[in-house]
Write a protein that binds this ligand. Structure first.
Ligand code: ZN
Length: 346
């Protein structure tokens, strides 16, 4: 089969398109004919540079969120699964720690990833443990399912698992037009929250408003804290999805948090080290929560929402496997608004 394979870690040139043997599903596994896999430039380049997996993962086929059709099953898996349209949850949890036993695989300290620690989706076929292959609605295309998998389970984890957002609560989403931000806006609206979208440009604010946000603030040109206070009648927001961690924007967001408010964060792409007003934190009895990964229930909710059309996953472009480096360039040059998906059978 055709696959992008990394034989030794390095720059993008380490991602070579080769003909390799098609994997066979081992005991408890299914074999999927991959019809869509998301392109995640930063993550892919980190994986290919060896910053995620380690030497024992080589040779490695990277690629996250493969979607496709089950074409074969290993020992112990019912043949009724053959023909199913599925999306793969790339996060493998240990299944044995206290978090896993309590259904909170998001907090598993021993989690590993398909596409980082074992072969992923940049290939015509991928074999995965049966439980990782989640059936998808007929209404959902493979590219839509792959993109939905990228951010919606994480958004549910933040809003449901960490913030426990309640109907009618005020939520501020920072970076609201980005991948995770736009997912948080949509999921929060489905959960009945009142959403203020914070974004770093008027066009980005407009994107978040079109996804259902109730109010929008351009935090580059407006006083974020003041505007949030105005919108919420002076009390501030009950919760914040702050997935930027930029030292210049974090303080204004944090200052707009109400008494007993909570803030959830992941990613840290904006730098990761920010000033925190500890006086405000303790006096207002607030909480800052770290979030990584998602629980099985988050995947179920995400795929239900996407399948019913209430959560919209934006696919910008579908490209063949040999165009991966071209896809990286398009993302680098900011020539795509949504997500690029690879279909290895194009
Ligand atoms: Zn575990």
């Amino acid at each position: 089969m055709k696959a992008i394979i990394v034989r030794s870690y390095g720059g993008p040139e380490a991602l070579a398109l080769e003909d390799v043997a098609r994997p066979r599903p081992a005991k408890g596994e299914v074999l999927i004919k991959v019809r869509a896999v998301t392109v995640n430039r930063t993550r892919d380049l980190n994986v290919c540079a060896g910053q995620a997996g380690g030497p024992d993962a080589l040779p490695l086929v990277p690629g996250q969120d493969p979607a496709g059709e089950i074409v074969d099953v290993g020992e112990g898996v019912g043949s009724s699964r053959i023909g199913q349209r599925v999306i793969v949850s790339s996060r493998l949890t240990c299944g044995e720690c206290n978090a896993c036993k309590a259904g909170r695989g998001s907090d598993c300290p021993k989690s590993r990833h398909i596409g980082i620690h074992r072969w992923g989706g940049y290939a015509e076929f991928v074999a995965v443990p049966e439980g990782q292959a989640v059936p998808i609605a007929a209404s959902l295309s493979f590219p839509e399912a792959a993109v939905a998998m990228r951010h919606f389970p994480m958004a549910y984890q933040q809003l449901r698992g960490k913030l426990d957002i309640q109907p009618g609560e005020w939520l501020l989403v920072m970076g609201a037009s980005g991948g995770l931000g736009s997912a948080c806006v949509q999921v929060a609206k489905l959960m009945g929250a009142k959403v203020i979208a914070g974004a770093g440009g008027d066009e980005r604010v407009a994107v978040a408003m079109a996804l259902g946000a109730d109010h929008g603030i351009n935090y580059r040109s407006e006083d974020l804290t003041k505007r949030v206070r105005e919108i919420t009648g002076g009390r501030g927001v009950d919760a914040i999805c702050e997935n930027i961690s930029d030292p210049t924007t974090f303080p204004a967001a944090f200052a707009s948090l109400a008494t007993m408010g909570r803030l959830v964060t992941a990613g840290a792409h904006g730098g990761g080290t920010v000033p925190v007003n500890m006086k405000q934190l303790y006096q207002s009895r607030q909480r800052i929560l770290g979030s990584a990964g998602h629980d099985p229930i988050d995947i179920v909710k995400a795929m239900e929402g996407a399948g019913s059309g209430r959560l919209k996953a934006k696919v910008d472009l579908v490209m063949p496997l040999d165009k991966l480096l071209e896809a990286f360039q398009l993302i680098h040059d900011r020539k795509v608004a949504g997500k690029i998906v690879i279909d290895p059978h194009l």
